[in-house]
Design a protein. Structure first.
Length: 285
């Protein structure tokens, strides 16, 4: 949900849509520096989260951050921006920050995965008493991006000595785009058997529930409305009825109908309503 008009408004937007969990950007996702959080907004945000019972609440890190880069200026900016993301999440009382592992700019994937782990370690060292989680998002695998194989996530966790502050986010669009077949019965079973063996279900923290405009193995990240893409509705039905995931949130990142809010009013977004209703119907069927 958008934080337009103040971060606390995201909770109100979630409430009018009947959301049970929430993801926000705590600052502009395409800028290095964010406007400092308003203390009054922070207090209101935390109070409204408690009052509504919406949980968990997470943020998504800026898309500019690349903890895998070998370029010193970009690496320094990325680590500083990531520490800021963790600071904001801590102030808001969030469960954690979802982040893409990064893009390999030089060397091997193994080298880049070590750099990701080192960047996270530096962030933890800078804030040693914090408990905010870092939630590594599995990616679609475009270009030289990391995180498109379960082995990548497992390596980062291993390099971090299995830190309990590391979780994992699985995106349904990214799974299919990166080559994991969760559409067929056998492919779904094989995918999660592999995830359980390589990463472990104890690490799985949230799902991103998105259909995909592109087919399995395309390695192209293009989200589609639930049931209208290459996944269809059955993979979502399986997830919603899979006892292993019964307590995990599914956060949608589907297209919104921009401009539906007028003069700061909190109103429902027709696309969000449709996608959420589709998921609820699948859960209840």
């Amino acid at each position: 949900m958008s934080v337009a008009g103040g971060v606390a408004n995201a909770v109100e937007r979630a409430l009018v849509h009947g959301c049970e969990a929430l993801q926000i950007f705590s600052k502009n996702a395409n800028q290095w520096r964010g406007t400092p959080l308003d203390p009054a907004q922070v207090r209101r945000f935390r109070r409204r989260v408690d009052e509504t019972g919406i949980t968990p609440v997470v943020s998504h890190a800026s898309y500019l951050i690349n903890l895998a880069t070998t370029m010193p200026p970009l690496r320094e900016m990325s680590i500083a921006a990531f520490i800021d993301e963790l600071d904001r999440a801590h102030a808001l009382g969030l469960l954690g920050v979802v982040i893409h592992p990064g893009t390999c700019t030089a060397g091997t994937e193994d080298d880049a995965l070590r750099l990701v782990a080192d960047g996270i370690r530096q962030s933890f060292t800078a804030r040693p008493r914090r408990k905010t989680m870092v939630i590594l998002e599995h990616t679609a695998g475009q270009g030289r991006t990391l995180g498109y194989r379960f082995e990548h996530l497992a390596q980062i966790i291993e390099h971090m000595d299995g830190s309990s502050r590391l979780g994992v986010c699985l995106d349904t669009c990214h799974l299919v785009a990166s080559g994991y077949d969760i559409v067929s019965d056998s492919g779904y079973a094989d995918t999660f058997r592999s995830f359980g063996r390589l990463v472990g279900f104890d690490r799985l923290t949230v799902f991103h529930g998105n259909d995909s405009k592109k087919p399995c193995g395309s390695r192209v990240d293009r989200h589609e409305h639930i049931g209208q893409g290459c996944l269809g509705t059955e993979p979502f039905r399986r997830l919603l009825h899979d006892r292993r995931f019964s307590r995990l949130p599914i956060l949608i990142e589907t297209e919104k109908q921009w401009g539906s809010e007028k003069a700061g009013a909190i109103v429902t977004d027709p696309y969000d309503v449709r996608n959420l209703e589709t998921l609820r119907r699948l859960r209840d069927s």
